[in-house]
Every structure is written in structure tokens, then in C-alpha cells.
Design a protein around this ligand. Structure first.
Ligand code: FAD
Ligand code: SIN
Length: 525
């Protein structure tokens, strides 16, 4: 059972759909996504997308802010390139129909977020991602060269390994010819063959119990590339967003955008005291690593389960105009944000590491590109600057598309690629074997590999994880493919990569804070 395309795009967020639109004029494109087309992290983005638009802002300031936030580990060449190419990609988004909020004089209304020295966040109220997703989905559905496969789960990349050849980790001669894809409703596994494959599978937040990420964020692309022996990097840098709504049991955790702090909201402990200036002169608008750690520390010292975000003093009309979703959500759980403070806690939000790419989005596997949150391009270093990720996704989708278009016509796909082999497997008898291991995995990561780490906690996490890994591999070998089992297996791989990277990094830097490792001295401004 085989399907052939010029381009196979795995993922339907901003990275996947913008790449698909850019290459679709040149060949047949398949967009594969495991849920509906609009079920993505992208659709959840609130604050917006960063780009230099008007003076007094300029490229040097955006570059400087990104480098400071990345704590010395950004690739400066990549930072400069992304920042300088941002305005052209913003223009492209607007041409595709994305509506960013404007002021009465017709200029774009720019917000400010933590770590930014200027107002440079383009937004659509507090639901920017939904607006971007809407526009891109519409364009993709209209394009005659793009075929959309919803509820299709990419299981494994196809390489020379599937032709019986020996493929070694990190070698430069591995080639990708497509992916085995599970049609979730029918249970059939297809070979999706293509000259070029783009991994745009988004985040991995579900390795933790509390996350702002929707259920689709299970790190599948990273795990697939790891199994295919590509290069994965910087996995220890998981960003915890400082302010998700404290509402126990709600998954995903509802985000209270940083733009609300940009508009003047202030963090306070439960007794009403402002505390951020103890940690950083920028107060509530310091970079996320610092704010999340400060909140974690205050909660531990005081034994509290949350801190407060105080928006009571803000202009009511402005808040209602810019943050209608947050107002409504808080109201729905009984909080009037003009009278009461909002209880907030940090939650896993964004993975800075992932599939290592070059400046054109090429992974270490030939013909395979990666863009968006699944990729590690060098932009974020040890910590991502707010609203730089939608930007990174669209800039790298553009660069990957340009590079792919130069080469794809010369690529042939071998004819002898075998069908998916599930002989000897049976349907799972007990789903509890999967669901319980998922809970245990999230509990291990939350307890031992959270905002503050130690050598002992990491060692313990690895030991516990290895038991779950063995059990899950055993189950996988004898069971027919299911989305739940594949996701668990991928999440366990991502956990392993996070813990391993955290153990190898012998300094506390950016988002990785290990009490047993010295802190890298960097200049925070
Ligand atoms: P996604 O948008 O996550 O899309 C992933 C796609 O991959 C989905 O279509 C999914 O179905 C598909 N997929 C995954 N695995 C498989 C598989 N095995 N088979 C088939 N399909 C698969 N960033 C900003 O810059 N600004 C913001 O304001 C902002 N706010 C945010 C708010 C929230 C609540 C969250 C969660 C994130 C926010 N981010 C923000 C981060 C940003 O939204 C994401 O990093 C970005 O949208 C990721 O886009 P993507 O295209 O890489 O992947
Ligand atoms: C937010 O709106 O606070 C999230 C922005 C981001 O993750 O970049």
C-alpha cells in the first residue's frame, strides 16, 4: 500500500503548512497530521510573533535580546538571519490572509513580552495562533497540489535501513525516502514515499504532567529522527512558561499570555507581595527561565501551590480589547480579573532542542528537513525569547523550501521498499498497560527533571525510565500499531534524550538549572 509524492510534510502547524504552500507550485505535496488539520500548538499561540517593524526598534536590538535570552548558547549567525528575514515572512503571512491587529492610524499594534527591549510582537488579540492557523488551513485546502491526510500518524521514517542496509548513527550518508504512516481510523499502515520529507511535528510538552501544549505535542518527529539515526541536540532546554492558570486537573493548562505582563500585570505571592525584583531588575518581565525559577522558589519556600498575577489595576477597556480570551476563560472558572488576582503556576511549554538542522533546515539525514518546534536550529540557545518560535518556524520553512526546490528533481526513490511488517502482532488486550506507563513517565519527569534539577534526581529519573522503556518496547514488539502506544514510545524516547542531555551538561545555563553544577556567568541586561 503505497502513495507517492514529491514532498511529504509531517505536521500541519505554521511550519508544515507554510512549507507546503511554498513548494506546492512545483510538485505534488502530502500533508499528514495525526488529528484534524487545525489541531496544533500553533493554534494555541496567544502572544504573537516577534518582528522588528518600526523605529525606535531595529534588528540589532532584536538580535541582542535573543542572544541575551539564549544565555550564550545561541548561534549568532542564525539569530541574525532569522531577525533580518522576519519582516519578509510577516508580509508573506499577511498576503496569505493573516490579520494582525492595527492601530487607528493603520500601523500594526505591537505588544511587548518578557526579555524584549521594545514593542515588537505582532498579534491578533490574544489568539494570534488561531488566526494564523485559520488563514494557512484555508490556503492549503484551496491548493490543488496539496493533499491533506488528517488522522494519519507518521510512525517511522524510511531510510536505507528498510532496504536491509546497515545505517550508523550520525553518518552523513543516510537518506530518507518517506515514512510509514498509520491511517488511524482503519488501522492500515501505508508507505508514503517522497523525494523530500519535512518534519514539522511540533512540541513535546506532554512528557510533563502540566503543560500548555495540546495532546498532539508528543515529540514524535524527534523520536522518529533519533530512531533513524539522525542528530538530536539541546534536549535539556525545556522551557516552562511562568504563568499558566492554576486549575488542577485541566489539560492542557490554560496559558495566561506573557503579553499581559507586558501590559503591566504583576506577579505577587499569595500575601500580595511583589517578589520578582528580588531576582531580576526587569521584575515580572525578566526572561522566562528566571521568572519560572523565581516562582518555583517562592512556592517551595512558602509551601504554596501557586502565585498570583495581578491585573486589577490595568485599563479595563484595553484589557477587554487585547485579552478577551483570557478574560472569558478566567470568568468561566469564577475569577473576575478586574477584582481578583489570577492564580498561576509554571507549566512545560516549549522545547528549545530537537532535530539538529543547518541554516537551510536540512537535518543530518539527506532529503530530510525539519522546521518549527521539532527542530533545533541554533536560534534559541539555552532559552527561547518569547514569540520567537512562530517566527523561527516561518523563516526556516521558507529556507527549507528554497533549498528543497533546488534539489528535489534529481532525487529518485528506490522501488524495492518493503511494506510495513506486523506479522505475529496482536491487538492490545489492556489499555491500562499504556495509560499507566504514560502517567508514571509524566510523574518521573515532573518530580525529577523539572525547573530545578540535581545529579541524584536525574540519575533516579533515568533508572525509573529504563523500566518503563523496557516494558513499552516489549509491548510494542508484540502489538498492532496504535496511536496511543506509538505516542508513549516516542515520549519515552524524548524523556531519555532530555535526561541524557541534562546529565551531560555540566553547567547550569538558561533553562537547565542543576544545583550540582556551577552557573555559567553571563551578563543579563
Ligand atoms: P505545531 O503547530 O505543534 O504542529 C504540529 C503538527 O504535527 C500537528 O499538525 C500534529 O498533528 C502533527 N504531528 C505531530 N506528530 C505527528 C505524527 N506522528 N504524525 C502525523 N502528524 C503529527 N510561540 C510564539 O512564537 N508566540 C506565541 O505567542 C506562542 N504562544 C504559545 C501558546 C501556547 C499555549 C503554546 C502551547 C505554544 C505557544 N507558542 C508560541 C509556541 C508555538 O505555538 C509553537 O512552538 C509552534 O506553534 C510550533 O509550530 P509547529 O509548526 O512546529 O508545530
Ligand atoms: C505567551 O503568549 O506568553 C506565549 C508566547 C510564547 O510562548 O512565545
Amino acid at each position: 500500500m503505497e502513495k507517492r509524492f514529491d514532498f511529504l510534510v509531517i505536521g500541519s502547524g505554521i511550519a508544515g503548512l507554510s512549507f507546503a504552500l511554498k513548494v506546492a507550485g512545483h510538485g505534488k505535496v502530502a500533508v499528514v497530521c495525526k488529528g484534524q488539520l487545525d489541531e496544533t500548538n500553533t493554534a494555541y499561540a496567544q502572544g504573537g510573533i516577534a518582528s522588528v517593524m518600526y523605529p525606535p526598534d531595529n534588528f540589532e536590538k532584536h538580535i541582542h535580546d535573543t542572544l541575551v535570552c539564549g544565555d550564550g548558547l545561541c548561534d549568532e549567525k542564525v539569530v541574525r538571519m532569522v531577525v533580518e528575514e522576519a519582516p519578509a515572512q510577516i508580509k508573506q503571512l499577511m498576503e496569505w490572509g493573516v490579520n494582525f491587529d492595527k492601530k487607528d492610524d493603520g500601523t500594526i499594534d505591537l505588544a511587548k513580552e518578557g526579555g524584549h527591549s521594545e514593542h515588537r510582537i505582532l498579534h491578533h488579540k490574544d489568539s494570534t495562533g488561531r488566526e494564523i492557523q485559520r488563514a494557512l488551513c484555508q490556503k492549503v485546502r484551496e491548493h490543488k497540489n496539496i493533499q491533506v491526510f488528517e488522522h494519519h500518524f507518521a510512525v517511522d521514517l524510511i531510510t536505507q535501513h528498510h532496504l536491509g542496509m546497515l545505517v550508523k548513527s550520525h553518518h552523513t550518508n543516510i537518506e530518507c525516502y518517506g515514512a510509514y504512516v498509520l491511517d488511524i481510523p482503519t488501522g492500515k499502515v501505508y508507505k508514503f514515499l517522497a523525494k523530500i520529507v519535512l518534519i514539522a511535528t511540533g512540541g513535546s510538552g506532554n512528557v510533563y504532567y502540566s503543560t500548555t501544549n495540546p495532546a498532539v505535542a508528543t515529540g514524535d518527529g524527534i523520536a522518529m529522527v533519533y530512531r533513524a539515526k539522525g542528530v538530536i541536540e539541546d534536549m535539556e532546554f525545556m522551557q516552562f512558561h511562568p504563568t499558566s492558570l492554576y486549575n488542577p486537573g485541566e489539560r492542557p493548562s490554560f496559558l495566561i499570555t506573557e503579553a499581559l505582563r507586558g501590559a503591566g500585570a504583576i506577579l505577587r505571592t499569595q500575601d500580595g507581595k511583589e517578589f520578582m525584583h528580588k531576582y531580576d531588575p526587569r521584575g515580572s518581565l525578566a526572561t522566562r527561565d528566571i521568572v519560572a525559577r523565581a516562582i518555583d522558589n517562592e512556592m517551595k519556600i512558602r509551601g504554596d501551590e501557586y502565585v498570583y498575577l495581578d491585573a486589577r489595576h490595568l485599563n479595563k477597556e484595553e484589557v477587554m480589547t487585547h485579552f478577551p480570551t483570557i478574560y472569558q476563560k478566567c470568568k468561566s472558572v469564577g475569577i473576575d480579573i478586574f477584582k481578583e488576582m489570577i492564580p498561576v503556576v509554571p507549566a512545560a511549554h516549549f522545547l528549545c532542542g530537537g532535530i539538529k538542522t543547518d541554516i537551510n533546515g536540512r537535518s543530518w539525514i539527506n532529503r530530510l528537513y525539519a522546521a518549527g518546534e521539532a527542530a533545533c536550529t541554533g536560534l534559541h540557545g539555552a532559552n527561547r525569547l518569547a514569540s520567537n518560535s512562530l517566527l523561527e518556524a516561518i523563516v526556516f520553512a521558507e529556507r527549507a523550501s528554497r533549498d528543497a526546490l533546488q534539489h528535489f528533481r534529481s532525487y529518485a526513490i528506490p522501488s524495492e521498499i518493503p511494506e510495513w511488517n506486523d506479522s505475529g502482532t496482536t491487538y492490545p488486550e489492556e489499555m491500562v498497560l499504556i495509560t499507566q506507563n504514560m502517567k508514571e513517565m509524566q510523574s518521573i519527569m515532573t518530580s525529577y527533571v523539572g525547573i530545578v534539577r540535581s545529579d541524584l534526581r536525574l540519575k533516579r529519573a533515568m533508572n525509573r525510565l529504563s523500566i518503563i522503556f523496557e516494558e513499552t518496547e516489549e509491548l510494542y514488539k508484540k502489538t498492532k500499531l496504535s496511536k496511543a502506544l506509538c505516542e508513549l514510545r516516542n515520549l519515552i524516547t524524548v524523556c531519555y534524550l532530555i535526561i541524557k542531555s541534562a546529565q551531560q551538561r555540566r553547567e547550569s545555563v538558561g533553562l537547565h538549572y542543576n544545583v550540582d553544577c556551577p552557573h555559567r556567568r553571563i551578563k543579563k541586561e
